[in-house]
Write a protein that binds this ligand. Structure first.
Ligand code: ATP
Length: 236
């Protein structure tokens, strides 16, 4: 369970990213975050793994208050939250396989688990046959799939995606959305920010809508599929 309570974010230059935002997400939910450019979507997403800290309010992950975490615990938090960014940075001269493997090396995952984890991640995104390709040789849609493989290879209970379908044609975008659906059905919570309302209407899910930093809508459109899978409990 993730709970945002009265979260506000005021940047140093006086801009408000978020204003008094409160909501709760259960493990296994699929949630869209929508709103126009500048509405606060990225600011909201960056709070999940403490890339940004709220100016006021409290965020709970399980029973842990994110703002109270010490540096070594923030590192653990980041293993619990997989992130797919608007622009994913790859090791461009390395293969897709090495790009995914790199995440495991950076996360202290025991080496004997690497092969299986990498195979599982590539299989989930359907990219095993492209594992030897350098990432710059891949299409944008294929690169997005590798970005997803990197985000899920540590099996985080929560997956955060910021405009993961930007710059993709409709077919590739739908491919990526199906992938997020599949990952969600496996029990992972997915929080997916987009300004594309077509996308949101196609796959009806719970939607949080932001406008000028305010949460102006929170509905549940049949998207709730909580799971009791023990692998999804938070470990600190
Ligand atoms: N690092 C920052 N410093 C100052 N202001 C910021 C910073 N990041 C975001 N903002 C401001 O916070 C508000 C929300 O921005 P945010 O990037 O979260 O919106 P968004 O909905 O993700 O927009 P986009 O879809 O264009 O990325 C905007 O007014 C923006 O200018």
């Amino acid at each position: 369970m993730i709970k945002f309570t009265h979260i506000s974010k005021k940047y140093d230059n006086g801009n408000y990213g978020l204003k008094d935002v409160s909501f709760k997400i259960e493990q296994g939910e699929f949630v869209y975050v929508v709103g126009k450019s500048g509405a606060g979507k990225s600011t909201l997403l960056k709070m999940f793994n403490r890339e940004e800290m709220p100016t006021s309010g409290e965020i709970l992950m399980g029973n842990v208050k994110i703002s109270r975490l010490k540096n070594n615990q923030v590192y653990k938090l980041r293993r619990q939250v997989g992130v797919i960014r608007q622009k994913d940075l790859f090791l461009p001269n390395r293969s897709a396989y090495e790009n995914v493997e790199y995440v495991l090396s950076a996360c202290d995952v025991p080496k004997e688990e690497w092969d299986k984890r990498i195979l599982d991640a590539f299989t989930t995104v359907g990219m095993w046959n492209f594992r030897e390709h350098r990432t710059y040789e891949l299409s944008i849609g294929q690169q997005k799939k590798i970005a997803i493989a990197r985000a899920i290879v540590t099996s985080p209970p929560v997956l955060i995606a910021d405009e993961a379908t930007a710059n993709l044609d409709n077919r590739s975008a739908m491919d990526i959305m199906k992938l997020f659906n599949k990952i969600n059905r496996q029990g992972m919570t997915v929080v997916f920010a987009t300004h594309d309302s077509t996308m949101v209407n196609t796959l009806r899910r719970r939607t949080l809508e932001l406008s000028y930093g305010n949460l102006i809508r929170d509905d549940r459109k049949g998207g709730y599929s909580a799971t009791n899978d023990p692998k999804n409990v938070y470990v600190w």
